[in-house]
Write a protein that binds this ligand. Sequence first.
Ligand code: NDP
Ligand code: A1CAB
Length: 253
Amino acid sequence: MKIGILGAGHMGSSIIRGLANCYSATDLLVKGHRVTPELQAFQREIGFQLLTENDFSAADVLFVTTPAPATQTILRATNVANHTIIISAVQGITPAQIQDIFPTNSAVCIIPNIPVAVNAGCIAMTKADAATPADQKTVDELLAQLGTIVAVPATNAGIVGTVAGCGPAFVDVFMSALADAAVQNGLDRKTAYQVAASMVFGSAKLALETGTNPDVLKDQVTSPGGSTIKGVVGLDEKGFRNAVNHAVNQANG
Ligand SMILES: NC(=O)C1=CN([C@@H]2O[C@H](COP(=O)(O)OP(=O)(O)OC[C@H]3O[C@@H](n4cnc5c(N)ncnc54)[C@H](OP(=O)(O)O)[C@@H]3O)[C@@H](O)[C@H]2O)C=CC1
Ligand SMILES: O=C(O)[C@@H]1CCC=N1
């Protein structure tokens, strides 16, 4: 299977990295915008084919990872085959908008997140009828290589995309703050980041693998009269939950 990737910025390069772990790099056809030294170095590192034109007629699937405002203009100047399945990762673009440009192609809209680079993404997918059942199966199998697919009706796609797609940045801020506190208490910076990231990783893994809700898990950590409950109360005093709620609603606006 030949897989095209249009746009090689943060999301495009994350998808490329995840795909290169599962597919032959020479089957990945990439078109960036400017051919920068960074893009050339990335090409040498991964070994994908770097296209010079927006011609994806050889691609069975095309990921679109271009800036939202320019995407429809870019797609109008892009060549695909009749059978090419279009997967848009562009926030705000709908399957109908893609089929307006490519009326005969299957179109699927997703909001992936940066962990697709290590095949641990959370991929919000809009349930729509813009792909044939056979093409949808191809998409599902392809995306399953990049992480967990959460398929929801169009009415919920926005909020799933916000929590999954923007959420890594919120967690990154949390890890950064944890590390700062550790450094403030004398730990070296490198170890502080390692501790913060492995703690977040383990907490997420435990929640996912046991299916236990986060409040029950929190109760398992807060020993009576212990140190953790003092920290949890401290989070409440500083409005942590409200801050998270505000962040999600701002991003989802
Ligand atoms: N970053 C994330 O975590 C997520 C991003 N997305 C979506 O991914 C898309 C890209 O976001 P992100 O990667 O963060 O942004 P970036 O700015 O990092 O990447 C955008 C890329 O698109 C390229 N580009 C611009 N115009 C063209 C063109 N005409 N042809 C080909 N490539 C072009 C840019 O190239 P150049 O720099 O040379 O102009 C750049 O590499 C957005 O639509 C966003 O909604 C979705 C989910 C998560
Ligand atoms: O910030 C953005 O607009 C994109 C979409 C989701 C994550 N990043």
